[in-house]
Design a protein around this ligand. Structure first.
Ligand code: ADP
Length: 248
């Protein structure tokens, strides 16, 4: 976060032409892997991420099983080709940290107590990274959990806000993340009004922090609407397929 590159132009627009409170273009699709119990895909700007869910299923190794609830396991992984310079496929400290924070962001939403002695395994594969992958990872994992039919209190949506060139902005891309002054990733459950992930990198005043937090929550609410549309689109497609089969 050096703040040397000009990130906001004279018209108040960002490096990719967005206004400060604008999300990147987002595309989501549910149910794309037939061999997983649930799956989803997200494109948020240039970040592209796939999530697969397996479970509830028998826990291996068995001694990890919990007597009163399901064991939620998450693996966040960046493909070696997901960034410009090849990334080692071995798990990095960053990936271990992100796997943990994503698990903690999803955990409060899932009725884990309904599936004692089982595991629910969530795999998040970053195919292309351009900033905001932990947030997009939470959003897409939540869709994959819903697709697997796992009962949840609410969907979890995540989005970051931050500060670049002195301006509070929504949904930072890689360049804004690296060259900007601050970044706050937030995971939010819109119907419950609860935050399940809140991190901060950089420096903000209390006023700026509150402004960025509110902006991130507004971003989450917008993404939540897209999440619901993606889930509905899957069931509309299934309904049309069934109707077509019945007419034949
Ligand atoms: P997030 O993706 O959640 O914003 P970070 O702030 O740690 O997480 O990373 C910001 C961005 O930095 C990533 O989205 C990615 O574009 C880039 N990045 C992360 N790790 C690497 C790496 N090993 N090599 C190159 N770029 C990376």
């Amino acid at each position: 976060m050096s703040g040397k590159i000009k990130l906001i132009n004279e018209n108040g627009l960002r490096v990719d032409g967005r206004r400060p409170n604008e999300l990147r273009p987002i595309k989501m699709e549910v149910g794309i892997l037939s061999n997983a119990d649930g799956s989803a895909y997200i494109e948020q700007g240039k970040s592209k991420i796939l999530a697969a869910v397996y479970g509830p299923r028998e826990v291996h190794p068995r001694h990890l099983a919990l007597p009163d609830r399901a064991l939620l396991r998450c693996r966040y992984h960046m493909a070696p080709f997901s960034v410009e310079e090849r990334k080692s496929p071995a798990p990095s400290r960053r990936e271990i940290e992100l796997s943990k924070v994503i698990r903690e962001a999803l955990e409060p939403a899932i009725f884990l107590e309904k599936f004692p002695r089982t595991s629910i395994d969530v795999f998040i594969e970053v195919l292309q990274a351009d900033g905001g992958t932990r947030c997009a990872g939470v959003t897409v994992a939540s869709l994959a959990l819903a697709d697997a039919g796992i009962p949840m209190r609410d969907m979890v949506v995540a989005c970051a806000a931050g500060k670049v060139d002195g301006v509070i902005v929504l949904d930072l891309n890689d360049l804004e993340d690296k060259e900007g002054e601050a970044d706050i990733p937030v995971a939010y459950m819109p119907n419950l009004g609860l935050i399940s992930l809140l991190q901060m990198d950089g420096i903000l005043t209390i006023e700026e922090f509150n402004q960025a937090l509110n902006l991130a929550i507004e971003g989450c609410k917008q993404i939540y609407r897209l999440q619901k549309e993606a889930l509905k689109a899957k069931y509309v497609a299934i309904k049309e397929e069934v109707e077509e089969t019945c007419l034949q």
